[in-house]
Write a protein that binds this ligand. Structure first.
Ligand SMILES: NC(=O)c1ccc[n+]([C@@H]2O[C@H](COP(=O)([O-])OP(=O)(O)OC[C@H]3O[C@@H](n4cnc5c(N)ncnc54)[C@H](OP(=O)(O)O)[C@@H]3O)[C@@H](O)[C@H]2O)c1
Length: 179
């Protein structure tokens, strides 16, 4: 990571979207904890490492934006590794907004965005999720990568938004959990 940012040199804005597959760990009751360790390693420490090694190269007025997810704010059954990991990334962004000031550090909390993220599930399950989102979310539709990109550009360009979370979820947290 250090070598990558040294190769890039000075730059303006960091957006960290990388994250392990949703199903890359197993269940809370799995006696083997390597799954949760690797999930935390990939998402939390991956975000940490990006921020740590990007920081020396950010230009004045620069920003960092991290991606989390709705489960970071409202626990979902079966996501015992993902929920606290997203919450930790959100908390990290607040710490770094102080630690790296005046660099602006924020996070985007997406809802159901139509990307490869869901490919880990069987196609029929994804279709079921789409149908439930359309029926229940105020947006009546899944989000797109462009919706999240729009939010990222806002966070990059607004000079007075620091240490906050921008929810791009179609209203996910306004409705009862649907699964
Ligand atoms: N899409 C959604 O509905 C949704 C919902 C909740 C939260 N999110 C959040 O949004 C983020 C981005 O979502 P997405 O839809 O773009 O997910 P995605 O389509 O699954 O993309 C994740 C990306 O992370 C990369 N990656 C994984 N581990 C990596 C590593 N160790 N180093 C570098 N890259 C790595 C993957 O690369 P490879 O393909 O090469 O492995 C992949 O390109 C997620 O991390 C999650 O926090 C998304």
């Amino acid at each position: 990571m250090q070598a990558a940012f040294e190769a890039v040199g000075p730059f303006d804005h960091l957006v960290v979207t990388a994250g392990p597959e949703l199903g890359s760990w197993r269940s809370f009751m799995d006696p083997d904890m390597s799954g949760v360790r690797s999930y935390l390693e990939g998402k939390f420490l991956g975000t940490w490492a990006c921020a740590r090694h990007a920081a020396p190269h950010l230009k004045a007025g620069g920003s960092m934006t991290f991606l989390t997810g709705g489960t970071g704010a409202r626990a979902k059954l079966g996501l015992a590794a993902v929920t606290p990991t997203f919450a930790a990334v959100e908390s990290l962004s607040q710490s770094l907004a102080l630690e790296l000031a005046p660099v602006r550090v924020n996070k985007i909390r997406p809802g159901f965005i139509d990307t490869d993220f869901w490919d880990v599930l069987p196609a029929a399950k994804v279709e079921e999720i789409r149908a439930r989102v359309r029926a229940n979310f105020p947006a009546r539709e899944l989000g797109t990568a462009a919706d999240v990109g729009h939010a990222a550009v806002f966070l990059m360009t607004n000079p007075y938004v620091k240490g906050t979370v921008l929810e791009v979820s179609g209203g996910e947290l306004l409705v009862d959990w649907i699964f």
